[in-house]
Design a protein around this ligand. Structure first.
Ligand code: C5P
Length: 234
């Protein structure tokens, strides 16, 4: 399989067309951004960690009955994936209060939630990805009721599988964001699952092992990504 045209360049990834129909190649970069692109930097080695971690996790999720876009890891940074039509929603699940949830509700970071939460943001850089609900998503044509229901079912399954998976590495899954795509009439998991898109805390010390180290200038950013990589045996 060969890369052809650059289809899209995002903040953390490049996506290429290939000589195979319906197959794209994702190329993970070391570039990091936060606060809707206002803060920019580089996290050396991040592309490798995010590629390997996403692929490992997606294969586990497939075995647990969650369909994903994963086809084949091609190199340290490159993966062949199914070409989907992205549902323009960021789908966020939280187990423990942190980040925008803590700020909005005045609940201290680290407070365990009584049940996992689900929220949607409308993917739109100009608007800063505003939070919307399922009725908004349906009203603006971002997704149908059937799609929202399937996404809800799948994302809570993802949460259960990931919580157990990270717990074995002494990591607590605080929250995460995923995206879904449409592929041959089905909703499948797309995009990535990595320290860029999850909050991952050491289960014992609560040390942050994720992109909050970059967002909040906590230092040891590369070390945190490497630590996750090492603990997961990637
Ligand atoms: O900032 P907030 O608390 O809403 O983030 C919730 C979760 O979603 C975090 O794990 C964060 O890394 C992830 N997220 C993301 N991309 C965004 C916004 C949030 O991966 N654009």
């Amino acid at each position: 399989m060969k890369k052809t045209d650059l289809l899209y360049e995002g903040k953390a990834k490049k996506v290429y067309c290939t000589d195979v129909s319906d197959v794209l190649i994702v190329d993970y970069k070391d570039d990091a951004t936060a606060f809707n692109g206002e803060k920019k930097g580089t996290i050396v080695g991040k592309g490798v960690v995010n590629n390997r971690m996403t692929n490992h996790v997606f294969q586990i999720l497939e075995k647990e009955g969650v369909p994903t876009h994963f086809i084949e890891e091609l190199s340290d940074r490159e993966t062949a994936v199914k070409k989907v039509e992205i549902v323009p929603l960021e789908v966020i699940v939280r187990n423990v209060a942190a980040g925008s949830f803590s700020k909005k509700l005045g609940i201290e970071e680290g407070t365990r939630l009584l049940a996992p939460t689900l929220e949607f943001s409308y993917k739109n850089d100009e608007l800063g990805d505003p939070m919307i609900n399922d009725f908004y998503a349906i009203a603006i044509g971002a997704a149908t009721r059937e799609e929202i229901d399937r996404i809800t079912e799948l994302v809570f399954k993802v949460n259960e599988v990931l919580k157990d998976f990270f717990a074995k590495a002494d990591i607590e899954l605080i929250d995460f964001k995923v995206e879904f795509g449409r592929y041959k009439g089905e909703i499948i998991l797309a995009d990535e699952i990595s320290p860029d898109t999850c909050r991952l805390w050491d289960a014992t010390t609560h040390e942050k092992l994720d992109k909050d180290r970059f967002r909040r200038d906590l230092g040891n950013v590369e070390e945190a990504y490497e630590e996750v990589f090492r603990r997961l045996g990637l």
